[in-house]
Design a protein around this ligand. Structure first.
Ligand code: ZN
Length: 247
């Protein structure tokens, strides 16, 4: 008889059924969010793709499609996926920061953000309201479109939703990095990915103190928040770097 062990049982409470973090966890979360968005838009996609024979049927199809877009805002699996992704993004950011600049030996300061920390990283973000706004807008537009543009309209809506949520998880992850850096008084280095926009490419390699934040000329202050993302789809990261003393 095999003996089962339960070393990891309930170690992470509600997260115990989630898979282990991927090498690039934010990339994996982006894919998870896209899959959840496509699932939430399945009914809308089906209506968009359905052929119609009469003008009456076409009008009915468009009305059903608009209703399906609105209903996606209340799609429970999507909303749950968003909640989980944001929490995991916070932990992924802290993990990334800890790997880049590990705590000093024997330092026992907690370096995994707890519920209160995650609340602070996310309290000004309203992803559920934002996706509802996008879906209401998309439903309104759908009613004005000719039939042949409906499939592309649903795909574009998925893209808008994904952009919104991807930007949110990167924002939360970078806030967690800044939180970690602040604990140890580290500087932060901005790193842009290859192919980033000119603004982000210029910022890449910039080092600043954690209280000063990054100065962005022309950046939208409501989006920016002094850490990446500097704009939608921005995948820039910040990395803590121990401060060097100058005399
Ligand atoms: Zn960027």
């Amino acid at each position: 008889m095999a003996t089962e062990t339960h070393a990891n049982e309930h170690q992470e409470g509600e997260e115990s059924n989630e898979p282990a973090p991927a090498p690039d966890e934010l990339g994996a979360l982006e894919e998870t969010l896209l899959a959840a968005i496509l699932a939430a838009l399945l009914a809308a996609t089906t209506h968009a793709d359905r052929a119609t024979n009469t003008a009456e049927d076409a009008a009915r199809r468009t009305a059903l499609l608009a209703d399906a877009l609105l209903a996606a805002a209340d799609h429970t699996p999507l909303l749950n996926t968003i909640t989980t992704a944001i929490r995991r993004a916070a932990r992924a950011g802290a993990d990334r920061a800890r790997n880049a600049a590990p705590p000093p030996p024997r330092d026992t300061t907690p370096t995994t953000p707890g519920p209160d920390d995650i609340h602070r990283f996310t309290e000004d973000l309203t992803p559920a309201a934002n996706i509802r706004f996008i879906l209401e807008d998309a439903a309104r537009i759908a009613l004005t479109l000719p039939a042949d543009r409906l499939p592309a309209h649903v795909r574009h809506t998925a893209h808008r939703l994904h952009r919104e949520l991807v930007t949110a998880i990167h924002k939360v992850a970078n806030r967690a990095v800044a939180w970690y850096a602040r604990i140890f008084g580290h500087d932060l280095v901005w790193t842009a990915k290859a192919g980033a926009c000119p603004t982000c490419t210029d910022l890449s390699g910039t080092v600043v103190g954690t209280t000063a934040g990054f100065a962005h000329e022309g950046a939208d202050p409501t989006v920016l928040d002094r850490v990446p993302p500097a704009h939608r789809w921005c995948r820039c990261t910040i990395t803590p770097r121990p401060r060097t003393r100058r005399r």
